[in-house]
Design a protein around this ligand. Structure first.
Ligand SMILES: [Zn+2]
Ligand SMILES: [Zn+2]
Length: 181
């Protein structure tokens, strides 16, 4: 009689569970369990991948036009991305940290080391930082107002005096005459 109502006795309840686990699972139920646990894994959210890449900024539309003869008008809107030396193209997301690469075409002539995140199931690249390599030496890139000694991440006018900021490229970890805030 005790086993009919296991809630009254926790020990018997445990025995009941054990009995169910070992003896009462039909093969269909086991298959169902496997299916459910598999489904849970698919539901797990994919995370962005941190990357460090070397390459140059290019117009991806022009690259595809060049390699695959895709139709492209001369006055197209450029689709900027990184042509990585790992052989892959990454579409560059436009953020405050990547803005300079959209505005300053001089940066397209440079070999860059970029750090950022690539989003799941895509080649979309969010930039966290970029530096250049010149003559094998890593260089920091930023914009500078030498009147106000203010540093900026993208070209344009100085926040303070409104004069245009200048592009600075200086070797990382080296002393330089250019003052740094
Ligand atoms: Zn283009
Ligand atoms: Zn200024």
């Amino acid at each position: 009689m005790k086993n009919i109502n296991p809630v009254l006795d926790p020990t018997d309840g445990q025995k009941m569970k054990t009995m169910i686990n070992i003896n009462n699972l039909s093969p269909i139920f086991i298959i169902l369990l496997v299916f459910i646990s598999g489904a849970k894994q698919v539901e797990k959210k994919l995370e962005p991948e941190d990357v460090k890449l070397k390459g140059r900024i290019v117009c991806l539309s022009e690259e595809i036009h060049h390699h695959y003869k895709m139709e492209l008008s001369a006055d197209h809107q450029h689709l900027y991305g990184l042509k990585s030396d790992n052989g892959k193209y990454y579409t560059l997301l436009r953020t405050s940290l990547s803005e300079a690469l959209f505005l300053d075409l001089r940066l397209h002539e440079k070999d860059l080391i970029v750090k950022g995140r690539v989003f799941p199931n895509s080649q979309l690249l969010e930039l966290m930082s970029f530096k250049s390599i010149m003559d094998g030496v890593l260089h920091e890139i930023y914009y500078y107002c030498d009147t106000c000694y203010i540093r900026a991440v993208s070209p344009g006018n100085c926040d303070c005096c409104q004069a245009p900021v200048v592009l600075i490229e200086k070797p990382v970890n080296s002393d330089t005459l250019i003052p740094s805030p």
